[in-house]
Design a binder for this molecule. Structure first.
Ligand SMILES: [Ca+2]
Ligand SMILES: [Ca+2]
Length: 294
């Protein structure tokens, strides 16, 4: 009988722990949508990573070389790529914070202008320009722009600021959610991450001096996108005014999503933990009773 009880308690404890792991696995665990370190030398494939690489959107001078995406400067040459449509998803989902992280290698500087745009654009959008001037392209964009003030007030750009986070609605309206200064020209090797839900955004930078958010904050309410009716790709756009060595390289890019556990899931987890604790306590009591009887 004692053997049966011991076996039963072991089985119950195993079942409780298994239920706990199941509950945890179903909630809060990061799901990797894209993880590309640009290491297989082919823009269109992503060997060993997550996601199936990127495609050119009618432009040239983007290569994958030396472990990085290389946007070569070409003198007004526009470079646009997008994550392949097989990896399209909706980063604006309630209860599913989704984080896009991009890490630069080098970031060239052109005394006339540099334009880089990163973010989410509607799946299937094509064309050799991808930025808010194409106002029918719904999405959320981070712009890294250097110019001589000639583009202040256009494309949703705040005057005198090199960085902007811009939402483009499904009606083409632009909403500048945040605008900031780099104290110096953005430095090589910096990373940004952008986390979104259906109602919020949060921006973070590492390796760069970013200050003076003037229109918004580093986090806030996501407005301006309108009704989300499609899936999105990660798009990247580069352009410099002159040729030479003024392009940029991107070392890594990832997109992860992590579900927020429902209250009922928390209840299940804590309930299971409590049950496991009771079982362990009873087992210790039984063992102590057996030892006392010996
Ligand atoms: Ca590749
Ligand atoms: Ca890399």
């Amino acid at each position: 009988m004692r053997l049966l009880l011991t076996a039963h308690s072991r089985f119950t404890r195993f079942a409780a722990i298994a239920a706990l792991f199941t509950a945890v696995a179903a909630s809060g665990v990061a799901q990797t949508r894209i993880n590309d370190t640009f290491s297989d030398g082919n823009l269109g494939t992503n060997t060993g990573g997550t996601g199936s690489g990127f495609s050119s959107r009618g432009t040239s001078l983007v290569t994958e070389s030396g472990g990085a995406l290389v946007f070569q400067a070409g003198g007004y040459n526009t470079q646009v790529i997008a994550s392949n449509s097989a990896n399209a998803f909706n980063p604006f989902t309630a209860g599913l914070p989704t984080t896009l992280t991009a890490t630069f290698g080098t970031l060239g500087f052109d005394s006339s202008f540099n334009r880089q745009w990163f973010g989410y654009g509607v799946n299937g959008t094509s064309g050799n320009h991808w930025y808010p001037i194409n106002g029918t392209t719904q999405g959320l964009y981070l712009s890294i722009l250097y110019n001589n003030a000639g583009e202040d007030g256009t494309y949703g750009l705040a005057a005198g600021h090199r960085g902007n986070l811009i939402a483009v609605s499904n009606t083409g309206a632009l909403t500048t959610l945040a605008s900031w200064d780099w104290a110096t020209q953005p430095t090589d090797g910096f990373s940004f991450s952008l986390t979104t839900t259906d109602t919020t955004y949060a921006l973070q930078f590492t390796g760069a001096t970013v200050s003076n958010y003037v229109l918004g904050a580093s986090s806030g309410t996501l407005t301006g996108l309108g009704t989300i009716s499609s899936n999105f790709n990660v798009n990247i756009h580069g352009q410099t005014a002159s040729g030479g060595a003024n392009g940029f390289t991107l070392d890594a890019l990832s997109v992860t999503a992590s579900a927020i556990p429902e209250p009922s899931t928390y209840a299940l987890i804590f309930g299971t933990l409590a049950l496991a604790g009771v079982i362990a306590h009873r087992r210790r009591q039984n063992n102590a009773a057996r030892q006392a009887g010996n």
